[in-house]
Design a protein around this ligand. Structure first.
Ligand code: AMP
Ligand code: MG
Length: 418
């Protein structure tokens, strides 16, 4: 049996980022850009009115020495309208936000600054403006002020949040090169398992791991592929495993302990999956299995996890081992592979285990500037009730025994959960 640290080092040795793929804009959202976006336009693409008002020649204001002046409105321009007219001294255009400022004009006077009741003046009418409001360039976004055609508007490595996706769209990118979203096949093994819509008969258990792991994978930005349930029969498991090995990652749950029908490690071996480790000093989650199916040539390997069947063990193993694997495959930086660790003060006693580190659900809360960890009720490795409301995991070291309230402990922070 190896330690958690040794197990993680094994994973980090074999997991490598998936090759990037060209994907439609929206699919790239939340990932890191793998190649720069080069704009095919200037932004703004032309001098753009930034207020509703009148496009004017600012020199007219100087000529009026700051007094009022009357201008002929020669054209109305809404966003999307263009004109072949060039404004000359003494004329102006009624212009709405987003329209191109016509040639000859170099500023916009807001509609609110029209005087003598002339704010509604349209083409063919006259508007009276305060010459003091004429300043060259005002309320005009100049062509290319934000970026120029040919500029690298997004560089490789940029996190593709909403604004970055918007900027890529503005720059004319319909597709982006981004790390591939890992495809994760999920197979629940166990002859006792029934789907969640079934009312379990005596001896049957609802498959909670399948939906739970699919949810975890989805939250991590990876793509779950549900392979449903395989009974504890070698042929059934083998057929489903063969299907699952086409994915980047295969998650199995159940069948990895030492029972008569714990067939998973043997079947994986027969399918060519090389065992990297089996059993980690950990509670819950000790039976966890990890292996790799290597392929010749450029084809990527499939990483395979045999997670314990008990749901809480499965989830803890997901958090500790699968989450970092998916982060590595997705090309995330090392600082984002693992759940963040922090120190917190216990609000109530907690109990460790003699021989293994324990990961138990807790509720984290900042009280008077200090992080406090409230251990949640937890009856053991089949119990998801505490985990469902836990935004943290107590990480109690091996041999720590009972810890009293007020003891500082290490915690894993499950950001975004609960
Ligand atoms: P195993 O790891 O196959 O020995 O299973 C350990 C325990 O977890 C047993 O009580 C199983 O019924 C239960 N179990 C296994 N798989 C699942 C699952 N997909 N959903 C809920 N419980 C499960
Ligand atoms: Mg089983």
């Amino acid at each position: 049996m190896i330690s958690l640290e040794e197990a993680l080092a094994c994973i980090e040795r074999v997991a490598v980022p998936l090759p990037p793929r060209r994907v439609p804009l929206l699919e790239a959202c939340g990932r890191r850009l793998a190649a720069p976006v080069i704009s095919d336009v200037d932004s703004p693409p032309w001098d753009r009115a930034m207020m509703d008002g009148f496009a004017i020649c600012s020199a007219d204001g100087e000529a009026a020495s700051g007094g009022r002046l009357w201008l002929d409105v020669v054209v109305d321009l809404a966003a999307g309208d263009v004109t072949g007219l060039t404004l000359t001294s003494g004329t102006c255009a009624r212009i709405m936000t987003g329209a191109p400022v016509p040639p000859g004009a170099d500023a916009v006077v807001p509609i609110e600054l029209a005087v003598e009741g002339t704010a509604a003046a349209h083409a063919g009418q006259r508007v009276c403006l305060d010459g003091a409001a004429f300043r060259a360039g005002q309320h005009v976004a100049r062509q290319g002020a934000a970026f120029r055609r040919g500029d690298h508007v997004l560089i490789a490595g940029t996190h593709l949040g909403a604004a970055a996706i918007g900027l890529a769209a503005e720059a004319g990118a319909t597709h982006l090169l981004a790390p591939a979203r890992p495809r994760v096949a999920i197979l629940s093994t166990g002859s006792e398992l029934v789907s969640p819509e079934t009312v379990p008969q005596f001896g049957q258990t609802r498959n909670s791991n399948g939906p739970m792991l699919a949810a975890a994978v989805t939250l991590e930005g990876a793509e779950p592929i549900s392979l449903s349930i395989a009974a504890d029969r070698p042929e059934a498991i083998r057929a489903a495993v063969a299907q699952g090995l086409a994915a980047d990652v295969l998650l199995l749950s159940g069948g990895v302990s030492a029972g008569d029908l714990d067939l998973v490690p043997d079947i994986l071996g027969r399918c060519g999956v090389e065992q990297v480790f089996h059993k980690v000093r950990l509670k819950p989650g000790k039976p966890v299995w990890f292996g790799i199916l290597r392929r010749s040539g450029a084809a990527s390997a499939t990483l395979v996890f045999g997670l314990p069947g008990n749901p809480a063990s499965s989830l803890v193993c997901y958090e500790l081992f699968v989450r970092p694997t998916l982060a590595i495959l997705a090309g995330k930086p090392a600082g984002q592979w693992h759940l963040p660790r922090s120190r917190a003060l216990l609000t109530a006693p907690a109990k460790g285990a003699g021989d293994r580190p324990v990961f138990a659900p807790c509720r984290l809360e900042t009280r008077d500037g200090t992080l406090a960890a409230e251990p949640l009720p937890w009856t053991g490795s089949s119990d998801l009730v505490g985990l469902a409301v836990a935004n943290g995991l107590l990480a109690l070291p091996a041999g720590c025994g009972r810890l009293e309230a007020g003891t500082p402990v290490e915690v894993l922070v499950r950001e975004g959960e609960c």
